[in-house]
Design a protein around this ligand. Structure first.
Ligand SMILES: *Cc1c(COP(=O)(O)O)cnc(C)c1O
Length: 396
């Protein structure tokens, strides 16, 4: 097949859609007002911000007053966790529960709080990449301030039992936050129905621009500010509103949550063809539960190769993919997510994540399935590890 360009790394970031870009453009030039200004140019900007807020709220089943725009998903995670920690610490609650395979925006925030005197319990995940809600129940103590568990994992795509976890937190009167950056637009979310207290999301994973995010904070929960300054976002998050980005996010999220089931019906069979096709190679395994996962995610370990070399060779063939998380690639540490589901270091090193969307065609699938075996064969033929494996020698 002729060389193609295939972007299969939508979990790392997405292109700004044309619809989003068109909605944003006037806000750079004609409609450039400061949303805090009193004259019409400013009032119009304010109106557009509020319209976007309403769209975000509707998309996740929240009220507009519960939506706060932030500079990114990482800021939303930081604000939620540090904010709840500070608030609850005043009542003597200094224990946080999270999982071992969270995004670094959550893990590193928890580690920071550990240095500040908080205690953190890291819940393990099963070999399928799933959290057992009962583990959360058992970990909750009198002094637990917060449970923060991601909705869907960014590397292996597994979807966590959020409803059960939220119900346990409610019963135990513990605040529940979820990093839903990977879930929004891919699974139905209704924060009120599901009993979610705080939720983070990010624009650039759903075809808005980089550098815009949201923290949903349930009415009645007041947490201290992370960013101090002016009175924007009803005095809760300072900084002149990034109107173009906010408007773009409103359009992006409205579009992302439309037809979630229809999109999944298109993507899932293609994703499954990719999984089955790649698993035909010997010494491969699918990482993460096959069913309880995002429709567009597949993550496969291919023994005897280095993930980085695989990515470079896929790139030469026009395929953008990922190995481990984008944040850790470049370092030699294997992904903490893959280690958390029990992979050995050398197996975790040879992993491939494809995150696809409905624009990936059947021909693209065929092309990927043509390229990968060739590339893997080539890499294995050059690999001393593979040679030892084939001779039955220990290679560890
Ligand atoms: C991308 C991502 C983030 C960070 O969002 P940014 O907007 O890039 O800061 C947080 N959590 C998860 C699960 C992500 O995938």
């Amino acid at each position: 097949m002729e060389k193609r360009f295939i972007y299969a790394d939508n979990a790392a970031t997405t292109a700004v859609s044309e619809e989003v870009l068109n909605a944003m453009l006037p806000h750079f030039t004609k409609a450039y007002g400061n949303a805090s200004s009193i004259y019409k140019l400013g009032r119009d900007a304010q109106k557009d911000v509020e319209e976007a807020r309403a769209k975000v709220a509707k998309a996740i089943g929240a009220d507009p007053v519960e939506i706060f725009f932030t500079s990114c998903g990482s800021e939303a995670d930081n604000w939620a966790i540090k904010g709840v920690a500070e608030r609850e610490a005043k009542k003597g609650k200094k224990h946080i529960i999270t999982s071992v395979f969270e995004h670094h925006a959550v893990l590193h925030t928890c580690e920071y709080l550990e240095k500040k005197g908080f205690e953190v319990t890291y819940i393990p995940v099963s070999d399928k990449g799933l959290i057992d809600p009962e583990d959360i129940r058992n970990a909750i103590r009198e002094d637990t301030a917060l449970v923060t568990i991601m909705y869907a994992n960014n590397e292996i795509g597994t979807i966590q039992p959020i409803d059960e976890i939220a119900a346990i937190c409610k019963e135990k009167k513990v605040i529940f936050h979820t990093d839903a950056v990977q879930a929004v637009g891919h699974v139905e979310i209704d924060v009120h129905k599901q009993g979610i207290d705080l939720l983070s999301l990010s624009g650039h994973k759903i075809h808005a621009q980089k550098g815009i995010g949201v923290l949903y904070i349930r009415k009645g929960i007041v947490i201290p500010n992370l960013i101090h300054g002016g009175g924007q976002e009803r005095n809760r998050r300072a900084g002149t509103e990034n109107v173009p980005a906010i408007v773009g996010l409103g359009v992006a999220i409205e579009s992302a949550v439309k037809n979630i089931a229809e999109k999944a019906a298109v993507i899932t069979p293609r994703r499954n063809r990719l999984i089955d096709g790649i698993l035909k190679l010997p010494y491969t395994r699918l990482n993460g539960d096959r069913d309880k996962r995002l429709p567009g995610n597949l993550n496969i370990s291919i023994e005897g190769i280095e993930g980085e070399s695989l990515l470079l060779m896929l790139d030469q063939n026009g395929i953008c993919a990922s190995s481990g998380s984008a944040c850790t690639s470049g370092s030699l540490d294997p992904s903490h997510v893959l280690l958390s589901i029990g992979l050995k270091h050398e197996v975790a090193h040879g992993s491939l994540r494809l995150s696809i969307e409905e624009d990936l065609t059947d021909d693209d699938v065929e092309y990927i399935l043509e390229v990968i075996p060739k590339v893997v064969e080539r890499l294995r033929s050059m690999s001393p590890v593979w040679e030892k494996m084939m001779k039955g020698e220990s290679y560890q």
